[in-house]
Design a protein around this ligand. Structure first.
Ligand code: GLU
Length: 448
């Protein structure tokens, strides 16, 4: 069985690599899903006939465009931007926009592919896509960010809409950027409707959207802990990243009685042997918002320049919330030596292939981002329905819906997760559960 699975996966991947050379991140994301689902597909005549995995690994389309804008000195700047519309099988294309110099078609295709399965797991009618630009906002003024967002949307507005494709934020795209993007969308299209989520509350944003990914991650981890009969109270939690997901995960973990022992940015790790306070988390937010590093840390925090948090401090639960492939095999071995037993991904694909294998070999309980970080897009889904109905939910109601959704995802995933080394294989569970939902739709459509 395993041999057949490995052989089918290799044949599939060889064909994918041949037709999409040099798209390493995309191959990594597809391989992980194909390995878990290819026998499900081959064993179901309708799914096999529909060739669901072949179809999903070729996006519906990739829109590529140039963004021309003027910087504060009056010089012309040119960036590249894309929107990858992966699948609208179960709802409009949905997924964030990322602004980062590492953004390229391979990264966006991997993110769009992951998003299809994640969005299916939320139980909401959301297809999958992703977009962004190689624009680096570091050191840019507010006026430059605004001009860049306006220029990007002048083109992107032709390809999105509330029933078609609904972008949101991702790395370096938060409430401020969504405001600029929405302003430009409205201007160009002459329509006020929910073509973006993560909007400010005064123009159609949902309560709790900013908190949703990080808080949802901690709710999901809470279910994993309960399943393992482990206590939250006093649990040592290492978080990486210092953005929206990381700081809200840290905040909620702290609120639930855990000890948050780290955060980090690209310059180094911030470690708190005795656990961070809410003031510490607020300081990190403040430092990042004003474009500073984390080196000038207040009392109770130690800054390790150039280091990652993994293994730097004892921690049982790891919440990688920075970016793809941030946690490799060696770093995970260090974290295991420092007590790591569980991982819940806040970022998309934060573990390298080697780290995923090590986590399995060592019997770590490991939830993939497509399950554990789905809270953000789930509340985006609620934002879309609030916009459509013109009726808004209170923060309390949204929080309770978020808790229900994360609990349901946990159940759905667990139901498809075989035990491996004595712990449920959440990765397999998430891939199979997400696959089935999308495959049922795709195979119902016929050859189209
Ligand atoms: N960028 C987020 C993610 O990776 C949110 C996407 C959305 O809200 O559409 O899921």
């Amino acid at each position: 069985m395993t041999d057949r699975r490995a052989a089918l996966t290799e044949t599939f991947m060889q064909a994918l690599r041949d037709r999409t050379p040099q798209e390493d991140e995309f191959h990594q994301a597809v391989e992980e899903v194909v390995y878990d689902t290819i026998t499900v597909e081959k064993n179901d005549p309708a799914f096999a006939r529909a060739r669901v995995l072949d179809r999903l690994s070729e996006p519906d389309r990739v829109v590529a465009f140039r963004v021309v804008w003027e910087d504060d000195t009056g010089a012309i700047q040119i960036n590249r931007a894309w929107r990858v519309q992966t699948s609208n099988a179960i709802g409009p294309y949905k997924g964030g926009l990322r602004f980062h110099p590492t953004v390229n078609p391979s990264v966006l295709k991997f993110l769009g592919f992951e998003q299809v399965f994640k969005n299916a797991l939320t139980g909401l009618p959301l297809g999958g896509g992703k977009g962004g630009s190689d624009f680096d906002p570091k050191g840019r003024s507010d006026a430059e960010i605004m001009r860049f967002c306006h220029a990007l949307m002048a083109e992107l507005c032709k390809y999105i809409g509330p029933d078609h494709d609904v972008p949101a934020g991702d790395i370096n795209v938060g409430t401020r950027e969504i405001g600029y993007l929405f302003g430009a969308y409205k201007q160009h299209r002459g329509q006020f409707h929910g073509a973006l989520t993560g909007k400010g509350p005064s123009f159609g944003g949902s309560a709790m959207r900013v908190e949703a990914t990080g808080y949802g991650l901690v709710y999901f981890a809470g279910h994993m802990l309960a399943q393992q009969n482990r206590e939250k109270d006093g649990l040592r939690v290492a978080v990486s990243g210092a953005g929206n997901v990381a700081t809200h995960a840290a905040e909620e973990a702290l609120a639930q009685g855990a000890k948050v022992v780290s955060l980090s940015d690209s310059g180094g790790a911030l470690v708190a042997e005795e656990g961070m306070s809410q003031d510490h988390i607020n300081w990190v937010r403040q430092a990042k918002a004003s474009g500073q590093g984390l080196d000038d840390a207040p009392d109770g925090l130690r800054y390790n320049a150039g280091a990652q948090p993994w293994g730097a401090v004892e921690a049982e639960l790891l919440l990688p919330c920075a970016t793809q492939n941030e946690l490799d095999r060696d770093a995970l071995q260090d974290a295991i030596d420092a007590g790591a037993k569980m991982i819940a991904e806040g970022a998309n694909m934060p573990l390298t292939g080697g780290a995923v294998k090590l986590a399995q070999q060592k019997g770590l309980v490991h939830a993939p981002g497509k399950a554990s970080n789905a809270g953000g897009v789930a509340i985006s889904g609620l934002e879309m329905s609030q916009n459509a109905h013109g009726q808004y939910l209170s923060a309390e109601t949204v929080r309770s819906r978020l808790k229900d959704i994360m609990g349901n995802i946990h159940q759905t995933v667990l139901a498809e997760a075989d035990p491996r080394n004595g712990v449920p294989d959440y990765r397999q569970g998430a891939n199979i559960a997400g696959y089935r939902k999308v495959a049922q739709a795709i195979s119902a459509f016929g050859a189209i």
